[in-house]
Design a protein. Structure first.
Length: 274
């Protein structure tokens, strides 16, 4: 199979019957753009019908797994387009949970924002011992909306998820291990993936797939409800258009009071001409 993508580097490992997907925009710290979104959709769609693939390794070229969404691209999006973008990305994350393959996400030295949410769709997460992840979504002007609240709460517990999100925390590898966000750390000179892929390849395929489905069914009702709420509140926050702003300059985000005034004004009836 020849995988010809512009934003992904894909390789097959026949020995472990696995596939490696590397986000391939290292000059942008593998920030997700529209093209990458489409290519991930295409590749994950291909995986749904290829049960002979045992495992998927999702990582990034360079030292960082993923820097989140491409901010330069978001700044020229309309609210309607951004909402459609979010819905498609949410389907990618939840679709990973349903794929028949065991998915391993290698965070390398870290991830930020929506890059973390993409990693939440994996079955197993590993990272370098020097790794840290930055829950900076609120600092970039929108609400976590693709599992960054509901799915994160399932993986690490509600208290840790709330604290990390509401403080825009930078979380190191040891805390990620302690809370269960990752299962293993490794040194830069260590091959952490080969032993995992070898163990997965030795498993009986049907029980492996059924075990993954069983884990999913046990959490699906709560996750579905949580994602619905994430979408509602994320879309409501988009009215500020804060996602288009650069948080490092003096422009500042819109205040809740100013937004309320604008919404109240927009809801007032037009004056009658009669």
């Amino acid at each position: 199979m020849n995988f010809n993508y512009n934003t992904l580097q894909v390789t097959l490992n026949k020995e472990s019957r696995s596939i490696s997907i590397a986000l391939n925009r290292p000059e942008e710290q593998n920030a997700i753009n529209v093209e990458m979104l489409f290519e991930l959709e295409s590749l994950f769609g291909w995986l749904t019908s290829h049960l002979e693939v045992n495992a998927v390794v999702l990582t990034g070229n360079g030292d960082i797994f993923c820097n989140g969404f491409d901010q330069n691209e978001l700044r020229i999006m309309s609210e309607e387009k951004f909402q459609k973008y979010i819905v498609r990305f949410q389907k990618i994350v939840t679709g990973m949970l349903s794929l028949p393959q065991t998915i391993i996400c290698d965070l390398k030295d870290g991830a930020r924002g929506m890059g973390i949410e993409l990693a939440l769709g994996a079955d197993i997460r590993i990272a370098r011992s020097t790794s840290s992840v930055n829950f900076n979504t609120l600092k970039t002007g929108w609400v976590p909306c693709c599992g960054g609240i509901s799915l994160l709460s399932q993986w690490v517990g509600h208290s840790a998820a709330r604290y990390w999100t509401m403080t825009s925390a930078r979380v190191g590898s040891q805390e990620m291990i302690n809370k269960g966000l990752i299962g293993k750390t490794y040194s830069t000179s260590e091959d952490a993936l080969s032993p995992l892929l070898k163990e997965i390849a030795a498993q009986a395929p049907v029980p492996r797939i059924q075990a993954k489905r069983s884990f999913l069914e046990g959490m699906m009702a709560e996750l579905k409800r949580g994602l619905e709420y994430e979408t509602v509140f994320a879309f409501a926050a988009m009215k500020t258009e804060d996602w288009k702003k650069d948080p490092t300059n003096e422009e500042g985000f819109k205040s809740a009071r100013d937004l309320a005034k604008e919404l109240k004004k927009s809801l007032q009836p037009e004056p009658s001409l009669s």
